[in-house]
Structures are given as structure tokens and as C-alpha cells.
Design a protein around this ligand. Structure first.
Ligand code: NAD
Length: 479
């Protein structure tokens, strides 16, 4: 299905309006051509979005959870009805393959639906009181206006995750979505509107990210900021949030190790990790990036991963049979080439790939690097591209030391049948999302959050909704 018009404007107080601070093209990374424009908010429009969210809060937070949830569930159904048309736009602006775009939207649909159900399950606790006949109530109460800031790498599901949980909790939202992928956010907001979302409950802005964030986080009406993006920007936002003691919920970068032990089934390692490594061109915070492979199975793994990498067919998402799309923009190509060059200059061997592809679009080859030296930048800097590094290990101590050498603490993968090895690694790895002989999916029903440079707070599950609520304590006696 052909994509609809991908132009994206602001959504403030129930109306789509053009931003007054100019516009920028929405570039298809697969062709480098504009597929639409995004108009940018000036500071008065950002203030209007805050005012609208503040005005809408009392009525929205007073609705029953069932009523709020019904809107989320209806939006989920509408998105399912529109999946083909939204996927057509998502793949154009993000560079994803059709399969990746559809997969992301299916997860978005599940996320809106799960949070819709959760809205009616929100409940407090009754504790015994301190004198006879008294009770203490712990009552979850929505925080207020939430600022949500989302990146381009999963432009639909991350919007769905933040809006789903914040709306279920009874909060209103100002969403600043990525200017690289504005259509996906527009499409999700439109499904909520069509599902009956009252005016002002969700407001969508685009613009100069640093200026908008500064203005949003200086507002006294904002009570929480939910951000998914790079650690670098997360630190800047944490500093801004701290000035007003705004609650931060941050999902930041990752650099996942894959520990492959002596007894691992190598075909399974490749079958499980390759889709996570090369899907969305490797631009995922849970992408396996650093394979730490026992010496006894090292060569077998290198061979199998290289064979798998060579099976990918690079192409635009609209091309029949394309299984690997471009990276998001020219900056990501430059970063990929620089990290590969640095690794090679320090002794790494390019087993396959390593180059930009000579065609229009931001295409780089699926790449496998072996013999990567410990001081290679690619081992500490998030590569965010279709590149896997492989290092040979001898002992579990070495695996743990190398795995924990990255500044991130998000996903990690372990492949072994040994319970002893699993237990030891789970205990010693600095990782908050561990897949053992399988992937480490981020699903709507269970809390997930990074540690250290990978963030703080949770998204998903009951805890992900409570993240937007405050537990008020009411102690009461009968008379
Ligand atoms: P980014 O940090 O550059 O941008 C994310 C958002 O922040 C965008 O909306 C962007 O416009 C905005 N932004 C950019 N500069 C800003 C500034 N100076 N001040 C305020 N806002 C600013 O990240 P990205 O490149 O769009 O996304 C990739 C990053 O997101 C990776 O680091 C990835 O690991 C991370 N990520 C994490 C998770 C997770 O769940 N932990 C999931 C997906 C992506």
C-alpha cells in the first residue's frame, strides 16, 4: 500500500496546526529524498501545548480507569485496522524493512491494548492502622502533566509505550517526538484522537530539541519526564529535570554482550541473535553487539555469523525481498565507518562487510569484526548499526570482565545449557535485561529499565504505569 502524505504538524488542544518556527524535510533514509515536511513549534506554541495539557488534567484524571482504558483499547483496534497504511509511512521515514515496520506496529498495538486493560486494574492497598479501628490507605494518584521525548529508532512503539502508560495512569502529555520520524508519532496520536481522546490530553510538538526540552522542563506544571534516547542527551535532560525536581523515567543507550559458552548450540546462537543484531539495521538499544565467545567454539561462531550476515539483502523497505534497510541518517553512516576504521587500526579483522554501499540512501554492509582489541572504541561506544564484534574468551572471569567493561547496563545474552554458568553470569553481569538461550524482548506486560548509563525507572508492566503516579498515604480512624 502506498504511504499517505507524511507531512507532520503540531497537535495542540485537539487541533492540528502548523508550527510557526519553520519546517524541515522528512528524509527517507533509503533514497535521501524528502517524503514530507515537519513543521516546528515556536515557544508560544510550546507554551500552548503545556497550557492545554494542564487544563485537560483535572477532567482526564477524574475519569474512571475503565473509561480511559476504553479509549486506549479503541486506539489499539484502530491502529490494527490501519496497520498497512501506517507501516508504509513508517518504513519510508525510518528506513525499516516492511517486516520490521509491521513488527513494530504489532507491538505498538499490543502496548496500547495492554495499557488499556491495565488502566482498569490500577489499585491501591489497605494497611492496618496504628490504633484500633484505624486504617492506612496507599492510593495511587496521577502525577499531572508528563513530558515524553522519543527517538527515531522505534518511532511508533516508543510513542505507544509512553502514551499508553501515562494515559492509563490519568496523566496528560506533551509529546516531543523525533523530527527524523515525525509521521509515526502523528499517526499514533491520530488513532487516539479518533478513539475519542478529549482535547488537550495529548499534545504533540516538534522543533529545536534542546530549546523545546529546556522550555518544557522549566514549566512548573510538568511533574514527570519520560525520555528514550541517547545517554548523552539523557544526562542533559536529567540536569534540567533536577532543577524543578521533575521525576525522570529514562531509557537510554545499550551495548549488549553475548556470552557464548563452550556447550552453546552455535546455530541457535546465530538464529536467535542475528534478527536482533541486523533487524532495524542494528539500531536498537537491545541489539547484541559484543560477542564474547569461548575459544573452543570461536571459529565456528565466526563462520556461522558471517554466513548469516551474507544472507541479508540490502534494500529500500519498498523493495520486494529487502531484509536489511539503511541506517537513519548520514551521521550514523559516518559513525559506523569511524568505529570500524578505529577497530581495524587496532588489529580487528573484517570478516565481512565494513563499508558504505555505493547507492543512494544511507546503506552500510552487514559487518562482522573479529579479534577486536580491548581498547577499540566500538566496544565502549554504542555502535547503533549492523555490526557485530567478536572477542575470544577462555574463562568466565574474562567473560564477565569484558561484558562489564562497557559503560552501559541494559541487555545481555547468555548461551549455555549449564545451570552453574547461567547462575554465575546472571549474578555477576551488569545487565538489567538478560536473555538466556533466547532474545530479551521488551513486552508491554513486564517492567523493564536500564541501570547506570542505560537509565533509570521502568517502562512496561504495572510498575510502568505506577511510574506516572504518586502513592498518597491516608491514615484514618473511624471517629
Ligand atoms: P537522541 O538522544 O539523539 O534523541 C532522542 C530524542 O531526544 C529525540 O526526540 C531528539 O530530538 C531529542 N534530543 C536530541 N538532542 C536533544 C537535546 N540536546 N536536548 C533535548 N532533547 C534532545 O537519540 P536518538 O539518536 O534519536 O536515538 C537513539 C538512542 O536511543 C540510542 O542511544 C538508543 O540506545 C536509545 N534507545 C534506548 C531504548 C531503551 O529502551 N533503553 C530504546 C530505544 C532507543
Amino acid at each position: 500500500m502506498a504511504a499517505e502524505n507524511l507531512d507532520a504538524h503540531l497537535f495542540i488542544d485537539g487541533k492540528w496546526i502548523e508550527g510557526k518556527s519553520g519546517s524541515q524535510p522528512n528524509i527517507d533514509p533509503g533514497t535521501e529524498e524528502a517524503v514530507g515536511v515537519v513543521t516546528l513549534a515556536d515557544s508560544a506554541q510550546v507554551q500552548a501545548a503545556l497550557d492545554a495539557a494542564h487544563r485537560a488534567f483535572p477532567a482526564w484524571s477524574s475519569m474512571t480507569g475503565q473509561a480511559r482504558g476504553a479509549i486506549l483499547k479503541k486506539a489499539s483496534t484502530l491502529l490494527a485496522d490501519r496497520i498497512e497504511e501506517v507501516a508504509a509511512g513508517l518504513l519510508l521515514e525510518s528506513g525499516k524493512t516492511r517486516a520490521d515496520a509491521i513488527g513494530e506496529l504489532r507491538r505498538t498495538i499490543e502496548t496500547l491494548a495492554w495499557n488499556g486493560e491495565e488502566a482498569s486494574r490500577i489499585s491501591g492497598k489497605v494497611h492496618q492502622g496504628i490504633v484500633a479501628g484505624s486504617t492506612r490507605l496507599s492510593l495511587p494518584t496521577p502525577l499531572g502533566v508528563v513530558v515524553a521525548i522519543t527517538p527515531w529508532n522505534f518511532p511508533a512503539v516508543l510513542v505507544g509505550r509512553k502514551l499508553g502508560a501515562a494515559l492509563a495512569a490519568g496523566c496528560t502529555v506533551v509529546l516531543k517526538a523525533s523530527e527524523f520520524t515525525p509521521y509515526s508519532a502523528r499517526a499514533i496520536v491520530q488513532t487516539l484522537v479518533d478513539a475519542g481522546l478529549p482535547d488537550g490530553v495529548v499534545n504533540l510538538v516538534y522543533g529545536d530539541p534542546a530549546a523545546i526540552s529546556k522550555q518544557l522542563l522549566a514549566s512548573p506544571v510538568v511533574k514527570a519526564v519520560s525520555f528514550t534516547g541517547s545517554t548523552h542527551v539523557g544526562k542533559q535532560l536529567a540536569a534540567l529535570a533536577a532543577q524543578n525536581l521533575i521525576r525522570p523515567i529514562f531509557e537510554l543507550g545499550g551495548h549488549a554482550p553475548v556470552i557464548v559458552w563452550t556447550d552453546a548450540d552455535i546455530d541457535k546462537v546465530v538464529q536467535v541473535t542475528a534478527p536482533a543484531k541486523f533487524g532495524s539495521a542494528g539500531q536498537s538499544c537491545v541489539a547484541p553487539t559484543r560477542y564474547l565467545v569461548h575459544r573452543s567454539v570461536h571459529d565456528k561462531l565466526v563462520k556461522a555469523l558471517v554466513e548469516r550476515a551474507k544472507t541479508y539483502r540490502l534494500g529500500h523497505g519498498e523493495e520486494e525481498g529487502a531484509t536489511l534497510g539503511p541506517v537513519a541518517h548520514g551521521g550514523r553512516v559516518a559513525s559506523f565507518l569511524q568505529l570500524v576504521d578505529d577497530a581495524v587500526s587496532k588489529g580487528a579483522v573484517i570478516e565481512t562487510g565494513g563499508k558504505q554501499v555505493d547507492r543512494a540512501g544511507f546503506f552500510v554492509e552487514p559487518t562482522v569484526l573479529s579479534s577486536v582489541a580491548r581498547d577499540a572504541e566500538i566496544l565502549t561506544e554504542e555502535p547503533f548499526g549492523p555490526v557485530a564484534t567478536i572477542q575470544s574468551i577462555e574463562t568466565l572471569d574474562e567473560a564477565v570482565e569484558l561484558a562489564n567493561a562497557s559503560p552501559y547496563s541494559f541487555a545481555a545474552y547468555i548461551f549455555t545449557d549449564s545451570l552453574r554458568v547461567r547462575d554465575e553470569l546472571v549474578g555477576r553481569l551488569n545487565a538489567s535485561n538478560i536473555g538466556i538461550n533466547q532474545t530479551a524482548p521488551s513486552l508491554p506486560d513486564v517492567a523493564l529499565g536500564g541501570l547506570g548509563n542505560s537509565g533509570y525507572g521502568y517502562e512496561g508492566g504495572t510498575e510502568g504505569v505506577l511510574a506516572y503516579m504518586h502513592l498518597r498515604l491516608v491514615s484514618q480512624s473511624a471517629s
